[in-house]
Design a protein around this ligand. Structure first.
Ligand SMILES: NC(=O)c1ccc[n+]([C@@H]2O[C@H](COP(=O)([O-])OP(=O)(O)OC[C@H]3O[C@@H](n4cnc5c(N)ncnc54)[C@H](OP(=O)(O)O)[C@@H]3O)[C@@H](O)[C@H]2O)c1
Length: 311
């Protein structure tokens, strides 16, 4: 198939492109940076994904059967306290950037559109510890995350409901593995190794992780399949911060994380950061396993962290 990936140089895109090429697909990938183009392993298209004319022209020229949105702007140190501010450019790419690419895909006659979503802090924070796609996204998000949640909602409402094209949203859990913050040399791993990420309060926030290659494999399924709608792409073991953080610190050869009370953490990481540490819910992968015929090779972060850092 002819496949166009917007954001081919990112953490996910750079793992996905070689998988698709190896499966015999003809892959075109965008980047803004000419110097990054040759590392793509696909036919590179240098453009600004927010330039509507440039995107429409490029997509029309390629005439892809499938278009994939993997645009985020999440490089650099994560700012939990100013969450929407840190996510602002990502939110623009997930709203205006998505609309431009989707319009271009429809105009070019693509039959399928695959978009990157997210699951984790987006879940409602009441009720059971693990949520499915049938559960609502958080109806009362923290003030600092409203714009970012609205951008996620935009993807989920728009992609599967656009006439004339099959749309699927993959809600990836928190990435780890090569090229990620939780990966060899990654900034988050180094911060944890320096014992600078404490357990906040009771550490009861539930996180769902996914190895980057398992996320990429799910994306291959979504590209080649016919399913539409929203799918959680996470591993089999949602886990509380108080469980996975000490485990990861140990894998990294660090001392056990410190414990700090909520009142001390809040001025530093804000209400949203505290929520991620204490109230966030995890996500189920049952629907993706059943309907996409996908299952993660790294079924749990326990084995995945070991493989990444000590393998
Ligand atoms: N589910 C998750 O946990 C999740 C999801 C996404 C990212 N992340 C994390 O965020 C970190 C960075 O992610 P990443 O490596 O994918 O890099 P990124 O900086 O988010 O870039 C992703 C893609 O978007 C493009 N892009 C970035 N900023 C842009 C902008 N301002 N305008 C237009 N296009 C832009 C990049 O293309 P160019 O070649 O043009 O730079 C790249 O192809 C990693 O640690 C990753 O694990 C986590």
């Amino acid at each position: 198939m002819r496949i166009l990936i917007a954001g081919g140089t990112g953490a996910l895109g750079s793992r996905l492109v070689p998988m698709l090429v190896a499966r015999g697909h003809e892959v075109f990938a965008t980047t803004r940076v000419a110097a990054k183009a040759q590392q793509l392993g696909a036919t590179a298209i240098v453009l600004d994904p927010l330039d509507r004319d440039a995107v429409c022209k490029a997509v029309l020229e390629v005439a892809p059967e499938v278009v994939v949105h993997q645009l985020t702007a999440l490089s650099g140190a994560f700012d939990l306290k100013h969450f929407d501010r840190f996510f602002h450019q990502t939110n623009v790419l997930r709203t205006r950037g998505l609309d431009i690419l989707l319009d271009a895909a429809v105009a070019a006659g693509a039959h399928r559109f695959v978009a990157q979503g997210y699951t984790g802090w987006t879940n409602e924070r009441t009720g059971g510890p693990v949520k499915t796609e049938a559960d609502p996204v958080d109806p009362t998000p923290t003030p600092a995350s409203r714009e970012s949640l609205a951008a996620i909602r935009h993807i989920e409402n728009t992609v599967p409901n656009t006439p004339g094209i099959e749309g699927i949203v993959l809600r990836y859990g928190s990435f780890y593995g090569p090229g990620n913050g939780i990966g060899k040399g990654g900034d988050m791993a180094e911060t944890i190794a320096k014992r600078k990420v404490p357990i906040v309060g009771d550490g009861a926030g539930v996180w769902s992780f996914i190895h980057i290659d398992d996320a990429a494999q799910a994306t291959v399924r979504a590209i080649e399949g016919t399913q539409t709608g929203v799918y959680n792409i996470v591993d089999d073991e949602p886990a509380q911060v108080r469980e996975w953080l000490p485990y990861l610190a140990n894998v990294l050869g660090a001392k056990a994380p410190m414990k700090v009370p909520v009142w001390l953490a809040k001025p530093l990481i804000g209400e949203h950061g505290v929520s991620m540490m204490t109230r966030q819910r995890g996500s189920s992968n049952a629907k993706a396993k059943q309907e996409l015929g996908w299952k993660p090779v790294h079924a749990t972060w326990r084995e995945g962290f070991l493989t990444e850092f000590n393998g």
